[in-house]
Design a protein around this ligand. Structure first.
Ligand code: ADP
Ligand code: MG
Length: 377
Protein backbone atom coordinates (compact mmCIF):
# COMPACT_ATOMS: atom_id res chain seq x y z
CA UNK A 1 0.00 0.00 0.00
CA UNK A 2 1.55 3.23 -1.11
CA UNK A 3 0.71 5.19 2.04
CA UNK A 4 2.99 2.80 3.97
CA UNK A 5 5.86 3.32 1.51
CA UNK A 6 5.33 7.06 1.59
CA UNK A 7 5.26 7.08 5.39
CA UNK A 8 8.48 5.06 5.46
CA UNK A 9 10.25 7.42 3.08
CA UNK A 10 9.17 10.57 4.99
CA UNK A 11 9.64 9.32 8.54
CA UNK A 12 12.30 6.55 8.18
CA UNK A 13 10.20 3.91 9.91
CA UNK A 14 7.06 1.87 9.31
CA UNK A 15 3.75 3.17 10.72
CA UNK A 16 2.07 1.36 13.61
CA UNK A 17 -1.07 1.11 11.49
CA UNK A 18 -3.30 2.69 8.82
CA UNK A 19 -6.89 3.86 9.42
CA UNK A 20 -9.44 5.32 7.04
CA UNK A 21 -12.70 7.27 7.41
CA UNK A 22 -15.11 8.42 4.70
CA UNK A 23 -16.67 11.74 3.75
CA UNK A 24 -20.46 11.90 3.52
CA UNK A 25 -23.44 13.11 1.57
CA UNK A 26 -26.55 14.21 3.39
CA UNK A 27 -29.39 12.43 1.59
CA UNK A 28 -32.08 14.51 3.32
CA UNK A 29 -32.58 16.52 6.52
CA UNK A 30 -31.12 20.00 6.02
CA UNK A 31 -30.72 22.53 8.87
CA UNK A 32 -32.65 20.07 11.03
CA UNK A 33 -29.59 19.10 13.11
CA UNK A 34 -29.41 22.25 15.23
CA UNK A 35 -33.19 22.05 15.68
CA UNK A 36 -32.75 18.69 17.45
CA UNK A 37 -34.34 16.96 14.45
CA UNK A 38 -33.60 14.12 12.04
CA UNK A 39 -30.89 13.73 9.39
CA UNK A 40 -30.11 10.92 6.96
CA UNK A 41 -26.53 11.04 5.67
CA UNK A 42 -24.56 8.22 4.09
CA UNK A 43 -20.81 7.62 3.99
CA UNK A 44 -19.35 7.91 0.50
CA UNK A 45 -16.80 5.71 -1.21
CA UNK A 46 -14.07 8.36 -0.78
CA UNK A 47 -11.94 8.45 2.34
CA UNK A 48 -9.20 10.09 4.34
CA UNK A 49 -6.42 7.69 5.36
CA UNK A 50 -3.92 8.24 8.16
CA UNK A 51 -0.74 6.23 8.76
CA UNK A 52 0.45 6.83 12.33
CA UNK A 53 3.43 5.89 14.46
CA UNK A 54 3.64 6.80 18.14
CA UNK A 55 6.94 8.30 19.31
CA UNK A 56 8.78 8.03 22.61
CA UNK A 57 9.24 11.82 22.88
CA UNK A 58 6.75 14.71 22.64
CA UNK A 59 7.45 15.70 19.02
CA UNK A 60 4.59 15.70 16.50
CA UNK A 61 5.27 15.60 12.75
CA UNK A 62 2.36 15.85 10.30
CA UNK A 63 2.35 15.59 6.52
CA UNK A 64 -0.45 15.58 3.99
CA UNK A 65 -0.11 14.14 0.50
CA UNK A 66 -2.10 17.18 -0.65
CA UNK A 67 0.22 19.63 -2.39
CA UNK A 68 -1.85 22.48 -0.99
CA UNK A 69 -0.64 22.22 2.60
CA UNK A 70 2.81 22.35 4.17
CA UNK A 71 4.20 19.78 6.67
CA UNK A 72 3.92 20.73 10.35
CA UNK A 73 6.23 20.04 13.25
CA UNK A 74 5.01 20.79 16.75
CA UNK A 75 4.76 19.14 20.16
CA UNK A 76 2.14 17.67 22.47
CA UNK A 77 2.31 20.80 24.68
CA UNK A 78 0.99 22.94 21.83
CA UNK A 79 -2.10 21.00 20.79
CA UNK A 80 -4.63 23.66 21.71
CA UNK A 81 -2.98 26.33 19.54
CA UNK A 82 -3.16 24.22 16.36
CA UNK A 83 -4.03 26.23 13.25
CA UNK A 84 -5.02 25.52 9.65
CA UNK A 85 -5.27 21.97 8.38
CA UNK A 86 -3.41 20.50 11.38
CA UNK A 87 -6.20 21.66 13.74
CA UNK A 88 -8.50 18.84 12.55
CA UNK A 89 -5.90 16.21 13.56
CA UNK A 90 -4.31 17.88 16.58
CA UNK A 91 -7.76 18.90 17.81
CA UNK A 92 -8.59 15.21 18.17
CA UNK A 93 -5.42 14.62 20.21
CA UNK A 94 -6.29 17.66 22.34
CA UNK A 95 -9.79 16.36 23.12
CA UNK A 96 -8.40 12.96 24.08
CA UNK A 97 -6.03 14.66 26.49
CA UNK A 98 -8.94 16.66 27.92
CA UNK A 99 -10.63 13.30 28.55
CA UNK A 100 -7.63 12.22 30.61
CA UNK A 101 -5.98 10.05 27.96
CA UNK A 102 -2.26 10.67 27.73
CA UNK A 103 -1.09 11.31 24.15
CA UNK A 104 2.63 10.98 23.30
CA UNK A 105 4.38 12.50 20.27
CA UNK A 106 3.61 10.92 16.90
CA UNK A 107 4.33 10.95 13.19
CA UNK A 108 1.27 11.04 10.92
CA UNK A 109 0.84 10.96 7.14
CA UNK A 110 -2.55 11.87 5.66
CA UNK A 111 -3.91 11.02 2.21
CA UNK A 112 -7.47 11.88 1.26
CA UNK A 113 -9.68 11.34 -1.77
CA UNK A 114 -12.50 13.44 -0.29
CA UNK A 115 -12.47 16.77 -2.14
CA UNK A 116 -11.95 19.61 0.31
CA UNK A 117 -14.66 22.26 0.67
CA UNK A 118 -17.14 20.54 -1.69
CA UNK A 119 -19.66 19.89 1.08
CA UNK A 120 -18.64 16.22 1.40
CA UNK A 121 -17.10 16.74 4.83
CA UNK A 122 -13.43 16.17 4.17
CA UNK A 123 -12.97 17.65 7.65
CA UNK A 124 -14.93 14.94 9.50
CA UNK A 125 -13.09 12.30 7.46
CA UNK A 126 -9.79 13.63 8.85
CA UNK A 127 -11.09 13.81 12.41
CA UNK A 128 -12.72 10.39 12.34
CA UNK A 129 -9.71 8.57 10.88
CA UNK A 130 -7.47 10.20 13.49
CA UNK A 131 -9.87 9.52 16.37
CA UNK A 132 -10.14 5.84 15.44
CA UNK A 133 -6.35 5.56 15.09
CA UNK A 134 -5.63 7.02 18.54
CA UNK A 135 -8.44 5.08 20.17
CA UNK A 136 -6.73 1.87 19.08
CA UNK A 137 -3.09 2.92 19.46
CA UNK A 138 -3.62 4.30 22.97
CA UNK A 139 -6.10 1.60 24.06
CA UNK A 140 -8.50 4.40 24.98
CA UNK A 141 -11.52 2.08 24.84
CA UNK A 142 -13.94 4.71 23.53
CA UNK A 143 -17.05 3.58 21.66
CA UNK A 144 -17.83 4.81 18.13
CA UNK A 145 -20.47 7.12 19.58
CA UNK A 146 -17.89 8.58 21.94
CA UNK A 147 -15.48 9.07 19.03
CA UNK A 148 -18.23 11.07 17.25
CA UNK A 149 -18.16 13.47 20.20
CA UNK A 150 -14.35 13.60 20.15
CA UNK A 151 -14.34 14.67 16.46
CA UNK A 152 -17.21 17.07 17.02
CA UNK A 153 -15.42 18.75 19.94
CA UNK A 154 -12.20 18.99 17.93
CA UNK A 155 -14.04 20.80 15.12
CA UNK A 156 -15.94 23.12 17.45
CA UNK A 157 -13.34 23.83 20.14
CA UNK A 158 -10.01 23.68 18.29
CA UNK A 159 -10.86 24.36 14.61
CA UNK A 160 -13.58 26.76 15.75
CA UNK A 161 -16.33 25.68 13.32
CA UNK A 162 -19.80 25.65 14.94
CA UNK A 163 -21.10 22.42 13.35
CA UNK A 164 -23.43 19.64 14.52
CA UNK A 165 -22.73 15.91 14.94
CA UNK A 166 -24.02 14.89 11.50
CA UNK A 167 -20.66 14.61 9.72
CA UNK A 168 -18.76 12.62 12.32
CA UNK A 169 -21.77 10.33 12.88
CA UNK A 170 -21.93 9.51 9.18
CA UNK A 171 -18.21 8.83 9.00
CA UNK A 172 -17.96 6.67 12.11
CA UNK A 173 -21.35 4.91 12.26
CA UNK A 174 -21.98 4.13 8.56
CA UNK A 175 -21.98 0.78 6.77
CA UNK A 176 -21.71 -0.07 3.09
CA UNK A 177 -25.03 0.05 1.24
CA UNK A 178 -26.70 1.81 4.19
CA UNK A 179 -27.65 5.34 5.25
CA UNK A 180 -27.36 6.55 8.85
CA UNK A 181 -30.69 7.71 10.29
CA UNK A 182 -29.72 9.99 13.15
CA UNK A 183 -31.91 11.57 15.79
CA UNK A 184 -30.01 14.71 16.82
CA UNK A 185 -31.93 14.96 20.11
CA UNK A 186 -31.29 11.49 21.53
CA UNK A 187 -28.15 10.99 19.37
CA UNK A 188 -29.40 7.47 18.67
CA UNK A 189 -28.78 6.19 15.15
CA UNK A 190 -30.04 3.34 12.99
CA UNK A 191 -28.81 1.97 9.68
CA UNK A 192 -31.30 2.08 6.80
CA UNK A 193 -30.89 0.10 3.54
CA UNK A 194 -29.58 2.23 0.66
CA UNK A 195 -28.18 -0.20 -1.88
CA UNK A 196 -28.02 2.03 -4.96
CA UNK A 197 -26.20 -0.34 -7.39
CA UNK A 198 -28.74 -3.11 -6.68
CA UNK A 199 -31.49 -0.68 -7.74
CA UNK A 200 -29.55 0.36 -10.87
CA UNK A 201 -28.93 3.82 -9.39
CA UNK A 202 -26.07 6.12 -8.47
CA UNK A 203 -25.84 9.46 -6.71
CA UNK A 204 -24.50 12.24 -8.89
CA UNK A 205 -22.88 15.11 -6.99
CA UNK A 206 -22.83 18.47 -8.75
CA UNK A 207 -20.31 20.68 -6.98
CA UNK A 208 -21.20 24.16 -8.22
CA UNK A 209 -17.93 25.46 -6.75
CA UNK A 210 -19.72 28.66 -5.82
CA UNK A 211 -19.71 30.05 -2.32
CA UNK A 212 -21.89 33.10 -1.98
CA UNK A 213 -20.56 35.88 0.19
CA UNK A 214 -23.55 35.82 2.56
CA UNK A 215 -23.17 32.10 3.41
CA UNK A 216 -21.92 32.60 6.99
CA UNK A 217 -24.37 35.39 7.79
CA UNK A 218 -27.21 33.41 6.17
CA UNK A 219 -26.48 30.39 8.31
CA UNK A 220 -26.56 32.38 11.58
CA UNK A 221 -29.68 34.22 10.46
CA UNK A 222 -31.49 30.90 9.80
CA UNK A 223 -30.43 29.59 13.20
CA UNK A 224 -31.73 32.77 14.82
CA UNK A 225 -35.08 32.51 12.98
CA UNK A 226 -35.51 28.92 14.17
CA UNK A 227 -34.78 29.94 17.76
CA UNK A 228 -37.22 32.85 17.51
CA UNK A 229 -39.91 30.57 16.08
CA UNK A 230 -39.43 27.94 18.79
CA UNK A 231 -39.55 30.47 21.58
CA UNK A 232 -42.66 32.21 20.20
CA UNK A 233 -44.38 28.84 20.00
CA UNK A 234 -43.31 27.82 23.49
CA UNK A 235 -41.13 24.81 22.61
CA UNK A 236 -37.47 24.07 23.38
CA UNK A 237 -36.76 23.24 19.75
CA UNK A 238 -38.66 23.02 16.46
CA UNK A 239 -38.26 19.25 16.70
CA UNK A 240 -41.24 19.24 19.05
CA UNK A 241 -43.61 20.55 16.37
CA UNK A 242 -45.43 18.50 13.73
CA UNK A 243 -47.32 19.49 10.57
CA UNK A 244 -50.52 19.69 12.66
CA UNK A 245 -48.96 22.62 14.53
CA UNK A 246 -48.41 24.66 11.35
CA UNK A 247 -51.79 26.47 11.27
CA UNK A 248 -51.15 27.69 14.82
CA UNK A 249 -47.60 28.69 13.85
CA UNK A 250 -48.93 30.67 10.89
CA UNK A 251 -51.15 32.74 13.16
CA UNK A 252 -48.50 33.30 15.80
CA UNK A 253 -45.46 34.12 13.64
CA UNK A 254 -44.59 36.73 11.07
CA UNK A 255 -44.63 35.55 7.47
CA UNK A 256 -40.88 34.98 7.11
CA UNK A 257 -40.36 33.21 10.44
CA UNK A 258 -43.34 31.00 9.62
CA UNK A 259 -41.75 29.87 6.37
CA UNK A 260 -38.47 29.09 8.17
CA UNK A 261 -40.38 27.04 10.74
CA UNK A 262 -42.40 25.29 8.03
CA UNK A 263 -39.19 24.15 6.32
CA UNK A 264 -37.84 22.55 9.49
CA UNK A 265 -41.14 20.90 10.44
CA UNK A 266 -41.82 19.49 6.95
CA UNK A 267 -38.17 18.50 6.46
CA UNK A 268 -38.23 16.43 9.64
CA UNK A 269 -41.39 14.74 8.36
CA UNK A 270 -39.72 14.07 4.99
CA UNK A 271 -36.73 12.42 6.65
CA UNK A 272 -39.09 10.03 8.44
CA UNK A 273 -40.94 9.36 5.17
CA UNK A 274 -37.70 8.65 3.30
CA UNK A 275 -36.61 6.21 6.01
CA UNK A 276 -39.96 4.40 5.80
CA UNK A 277 -39.88 4.36 1.98
CA UNK A 278 -36.31 3.01 1.85
CA UNK A 279 -37.28 0.22 4.22
CA UNK A 280 -40.49 -0.73 2.42
CA UNK A 281 -39.89 0.06 -1.26
CA UNK A 282 -36.23 0.94 -1.88
CA UNK A 283 -34.42 3.99 -3.26
CA UNK A 284 -36.50 4.40 -6.42
CA UNK A 285 -39.40 5.45 -4.21
CA UNK A 286 -37.81 8.53 -2.61
CA UNK A 287 -37.52 10.88 -5.62
CA UNK A 288 -40.55 13.07 -4.89
CA UNK A 289 -39.42 13.56 -1.29
CA UNK A 290 -35.98 14.74 -2.46
CA UNK A 291 -37.63 17.14 -4.91
CA UNK A 292 -39.99 18.47 -2.22
CA UNK A 293 -37.03 19.02 0.09
CA UNK A 294 -35.36 21.18 -2.55
CA UNK A 295 -38.47 23.32 -3.05
CA UNK A 296 -38.77 23.81 0.69
CA UNK A 297 -35.15 24.98 0.90
CA UNK A 298 -35.56 27.21 -2.15
CA UNK A 299 -38.87 28.87 -1.23
CA UNK A 300 -39.36 28.53 2.53
CA UNK A 301 -35.84 28.48 3.96
CA UNK A 302 -34.34 30.51 1.09
CA UNK A 303 -30.88 28.95 1.17
CA UNK A 304 -30.57 27.90 -2.47
CA UNK A 305 -29.01 29.96 -5.27
CA UNK A 306 -29.36 30.09 -9.08
CA UNK A 307 -26.54 27.58 -9.65
CA UNK A 308 -28.05 25.00 -7.26
CA UNK A 309 -31.54 25.49 -8.71
CA UNK A 310 -30.22 25.02 -12.23
CA UNK A 311 -28.35 21.83 -11.24
CA UNK A 312 -31.49 20.41 -9.62
CA UNK A 313 -33.89 21.37 -12.43
CA UNK A 314 -31.59 20.14 -15.19
CA UNK A 315 -31.07 16.72 -13.62
CA UNK A 316 -34.81 16.41 -12.94
CA UNK A 317 -35.65 17.24 -16.58
CA UNK A 318 -33.15 14.68 -17.84
CA UNK A 319 -34.35 11.63 -15.97
CA UNK A 320 -33.15 11.94 -12.36
CA UNK A 321 -35.35 10.08 -9.86
CA UNK A 322 -35.07 13.10 -7.56
CA UNK A 323 -32.64 15.92 -6.78
CA UNK A 324 -31.95 18.57 -4.16
CA UNK A 325 -29.28 20.90 -2.90
CA UNK A 326 -27.35 19.40 0.00
CA UNK A 327 -25.41 21.02 2.83
CA UNK A 328 -25.71 24.45 4.36
CA UNK A 329 -26.72 26.22 1.14
CA UNK A 330 -25.87 29.50 -0.65
CA UNK A 331 -23.57 27.43 -2.90
CA UNK A 332 -21.81 24.09 -2.52
CA UNK A 333 -23.25 20.91 -3.99
CA UNK A 334 -26.51 19.46 -5.26
CA UNK A 335 -27.22 15.72 -5.42
CA UNK A 336 -29.27 13.84 -7.97
CA UNK A 337 -30.40 10.24 -7.62
CA UNK A 338 -30.01 8.92 -11.16
CA UNK A 339 -30.56 5.70 -13.13
CA UNK A 340 -27.11 4.38 -14.12
CA UNK A 341 -28.02 4.36 -17.81
CA UNK A 342 -28.85 8.09 -17.73
CA UNK A 343 -25.53 9.20 -16.28
CA UNK A 344 -23.88 10.46 -19.48
CA UNK A 345 -27.01 12.26 -20.67
CA UNK A 346 -27.48 13.99 -17.31
CA UNK A 347 -23.83 15.00 -17.03
CA UNK A 348 -23.84 16.53 -20.52
CA UNK A 349 -27.11 18.33 -19.88
CA UNK A 350 -25.77 19.90 -16.65
CA UNK A 351 -22.53 21.04 -18.28
CA UNK A 352 -24.45 22.54 -21.20
CA UNK A 353 -26.97 24.29 -18.97
CA UNK A 354 -24.19 25.83 -16.83
CA UNK A 355 -22.33 26.98 -19.88
CA UNK A 356 -25.44 28.56 -21.43
CA UNK A 357 -26.22 30.33 -18.15
CA UNK A 358 -22.67 31.70 -17.98
CA UNK A 359 -21.93 29.90 -14.67
CA UNK A 360 -18.52 28.40 -13.81
CA UNK A 361 -18.07 24.78 -14.90
CA UNK A 362 -19.24 22.52 -12.04
CA UNK A 363 -17.44 19.38 -10.88
CA UNK A 364 -19.51 16.24 -11.48
CA UNK A 365 -18.89 12.86 -9.89
CA UNK A 366 -20.89 9.89 -8.67
CA UNK A 367 -20.71 8.46 -5.16
CA UNK A 368 -22.06 5.28 -3.58
CA UNK A 369 -22.86 4.45 0.06
CA UNK A 370 -19.53 3.11 1.35
CA UNK A 371 -18.29 1.62 4.63
CA UNK A 372 -17.71 3.58 7.83
CA UNK A 373 -14.33 4.29 9.39
CA UNK A 374 -12.07 1.26 9.77
CA UNK A 375 -8.54 0.05 10.34
CA UNK A 376 -6.80 -1.10 7.16
CA UNK A 377 -3.45 -2.39 8.43
P1 ADP B 1 -15.55 20.18 3.99
O1 ADP B 1 -15.55 19.46 5.28
O2 ADP B 1 -16.91 20.48 3.47
O3 ADP B 1 -14.69 19.52 2.94
P2 ADP B 1 -14.26 22.14 5.61
O4 ADP B 1 -13.94 23.58 5.40
O5 ADP B 1 -15.04 21.75 6.80
O6 ADP B 1 -14.90 21.62 4.24
O7 ADP B 1 -12.89 21.33 5.69
C1 ADP B 1 -11.89 21.54 4.71
C2 ADP B 1 -10.53 21.70 5.41
O8 ADP B 1 -10.07 20.41 5.85
C3 ADP B 1 -9.44 22.20 4.48
O9 ADP B 1 -9.42 23.61 4.42
C4 ADP B 1 -8.19 21.65 5.14
O10 ADP B 1 -7.80 22.45 6.24
C5 ADP B 1 -8.66 20.32 5.69
N1 ADP B 1 -8.37 19.23 4.74
C6 ADP B 1 -9.26 18.50 4.01
N2 ADP B 1 -8.61 17.58 3.25
C7 ADP B 1 -7.28 17.72 3.51
C8 ADP B 1 -6.10 17.08 3.05
N3 ADP B 1 -6.13 16.08 2.17
N4 ADP B 1 -4.91 17.51 3.56
C9 ADP B 1 -4.86 18.52 4.45
N5 ADP B 1 -5.94 19.15 4.92
C10 ADP B 1 -7.12 18.78 4.47
MG1 MG C 1 -16.40 20.24 7.08
Amino acid sequence: MSIIDDFQSHFDAAPDGVWQAPGRVNLIGEHTDYNNGFVLPFAIDRQARVAVRLRSDSVIRLRSASAEVAPIETSVDQLSSAKGWSAYLLGVAWVLRELGISVPGFDLLLESTVPSGAGLSSSAALESATALAFNELLDAGLSRKELVIVGHRAENEVVGAPTGILDQSASLLAAEGRAVFLDCLSRESELVPLDLPAAGLAMLVIDTKVSHAHADGGYSARRASCERGASALGVDSLRELSVEDLPRAQTALNEETFRRVRHIVTENARVLEVVAALRSSGPRSIGELLNASHLSMRDDFEISCPELDLAVETTQRNGAIGARMTGGGFGGSAIALIPLEREQQIRSAVLLAFSVAGFSTPDLFTVLPGPGAQRLV
